[in-house]
Design a protein around this ligand. Structure first.
Ligand code: ZN
Ligand code: ZN
Length: 553
């Protein structure tokens, strides 16, 4: 379905982030134009071997690029802006962001070498701007990163409140508090639809305040004599400040370990945050400080194998070592899906003699997403007619829709990626499903997750691969034995018999072909391929990716 400028409707179309947590990409359509909100990534899991970064395929809007008026970034988390550096060239639209998110984005665009091409408009906190038929107000709220924004998007067909990620932290420690005045004002003006964060819909009560974590850390650090290493999400600048201040209060110096921490430190200081803290020590300088006077802040709370903490745990970090008498504090939660990696990391640390502290033991973390009480309060302030839950898996979306109805919202829709919802006029309904897909970063290029390349790589992981070389003379007679390599399947040194059996199967199959047919390359190749596969299936129970090299002399 194509939206034309004669169409008086208002549409919502998510291409990513609805039915999963991550890779957010939302579109709003009005008057023949589209506005994109957020363009983020997810990280690969064990269903996607060898894939680090995944994002929504923007092809649908790319094909309508002339209708795209721009991209608004709600906040600086990877799941909201991490794909811009990979996908902007396909979209080439202006971007709007508040200063801290803009700093993070600029850094990424610089790394991608496109910073001079992108029109990046910096919107002051609480600012308002026009993009085509959309009038966008950015309303300050709180989360687990500086400068998260709720968007009030006003159009001729009604106002949308797009919450982004948020919570109501009464004492966020850093940055502006939630602008309740603005939320109330927008609610009073009348809101057609709220498109909102569902992450913590199963959490009863209130998410809690960052300030309580700070108080708890000050007391906690006082209990330890050895080195302390704290791992947290790099983007949580308030948390970094809390850890640094709690270290100061306990007469400890603080070093940052990990690239993403230094990047965030730079972006934070550029925007006036962390101004009262002395510069952090480098991991190298930290080595000269006595154990009981040192605290490291490390990347890698999710067990990422290349991050600082995993390298320290496996003993291959060049500057930081931990052992008996030292303590590692996980000031973070386990993101579902990362359990295995995190437990592996924690086991490695325990084997070094390190004492572990997690959120199960002490109060060292609060979530950045709203609990049910906060969500109810948001609905009381905004009073939308329609709710479309986003930023959640199917079970979160269902529960959020229930909560919205219980809050008096007339229409709550459970949808998935690719569903085009007409919000106005008339009752909200799904009017179309557009094609969606996933892309991933594979070395220097971006490929579809369902592409043949990645399908084959996945099959190779599970089934191995085999290549056989067949050399024939011009009459189709075999010149010597076929040569076989079966990677991930056969150890040719120790499984000579099995190896020979496959070679024999290929030879027999070709020799059984009538001489005339042997002149047909296609038939010979397919015959050899099937012989290899049949033989390895019988002997090893595998169906490897198989290729045949046919040489005629
Ligand atoms: Zn998010
Ligand atoms: Zn976020």
């Amino acid at each position: 379905m194509t939206i034309t400028h004669q169409d008086s409707g208002l549409y919502f179309l998510p291409l990513g982030g609805v039915g999963e947590i991550g890779m957010n990409l939302s579109l709003y359509g009005c008057g023949g134009k589209w506005l994109m909100v957020d363009l983020g990534v997810s990280f690969g899991d064990d269903t996607m071997p060898m894939v680090d970064v995944v994002m929504a395929d923007p092809s649908w809007i790319e094909e309508r690029r002339d209708q795209l008026v721009g991209l608004v970034i709600t906040h600086g988390h990877e799941d909201h802006l991490g794909a811009v550096q990979y996908l902007w060239k396909r979209l080439r639209c202006p971007i709007w962001a508040t200063p801290f998110s803009a700093s993070i984005l600029k850094n990424k665009l610089h790394e991608a070498g496109i910073h001079n091409e992108v029109e990046l408009n910096i919107v002051p906190l609480g600012g308002r701007f026009k993009a085509g038929p959309f009038d966008v107000e950015m309303i300050s709220v709180t989360h687990s990163i500086p400068e998260p924004n709720v968007l009030a998007i006003r159009t001729s067909a009604g106002t949308i409140v797009h919450t982004g990620d948020w919570k109501f932290d009464p004492d966020p420690l850093l940055g502006l508090p939630t602008d309740f005045e603005a939320l109330r004002r927008v609610g009073k003006e009348g809101v057609l639809a709220l498109i909102g964060d569902s992450t913590n819909v199963f959490t009863k009560g209130h998410s809690g305040s960052e300030s309580r974590v700070r108080a708890s850390m000050i007391e906690l650090f006082g209990r330890f004599d050895g080195r302390i290493a704290v791992s947290c999400f790099a983007t949580n600048v308030a948390r970094l400040e809390s850890i640094a201040l709690a270290a100061q209060a306990n007469d400890r110096s603080v070093a940052l370990v990990g690239r993403s921490l230094w990047r965030i430190d730079k972006a934070a200081r550029e925007n006036g945050y962390l101004a009262d803290l002395p510069p952090f020590l480098t991991e190298h300088d930290g080595g000269y400080v006595p154990k009981d006077k040192m605290l490291y802040i490390c990347t890698g709370s999710q067990g990422e194998p290349r991050a600082a903490l995993a390298r320290i745990a496996s003993g291959d970090h060049p500057h930081v070592t931990l052992g008996k008498g030292d303590t590692v504090i996980f000031s973070s939660r386990i993101i579902p899906g990362n359990e295995k990696e995190i437990y592996r990391l924690q086991n490695d640390l325990v084997r070094l003699g390190v004492e572990l502290v997690t959120e199960k033991d002490e109060f060292v973390h609060v979530s950045g997403h709203p609990g049910r009480e906060e969500m109810e309060e948001m609905y009381r302030l905004i009073r939308p007619r329609i709710s479309v839950p986003v930023h959640g898996e199917a079970r979160h979306l269902q529960e959020h829709a229930r909560l919205a109805r219980a809050c008096g919202v007339a229409e709550a829709l459970e949808i998935g990626d690719g569903a085009m919802v007409r919000l106005a006029p008339g009752p909200a309904e799904v009017v179309d499903h557009v094609p969606i897909g996933r892309l991933c970063v594979d070395g220097p290029r971006i490929v579809r997750l369902d592409s043949e390349i990645l399908r084959n790589r996945r099959r190779m992981v599970f089934n191995g691969s085999a290549v056989v070389t067949v050399v024939l003379d011009k009459f189709g007679k075999l010149l010597g034995d076929p040569q076989l390599t079966a990677l991930g399947l056969l150890d040719s040194a120790h499984e000579a018999e099995e190896h020979d059996a496959v070679v024999e199967a290929v030879r027999d199959a070709i020799e059984e072909l009538p001489v005339k047919v042997r002149k047909d390359d296609g038939v010979v190749r397919e015959t050899a391929r099937l012989a290899v596969r049949r033989s390895l299936r019988d002997s090893h129970g595998k169906k490897p990716i198989t290729d045949v090299h046919l040489v005629r002399l």
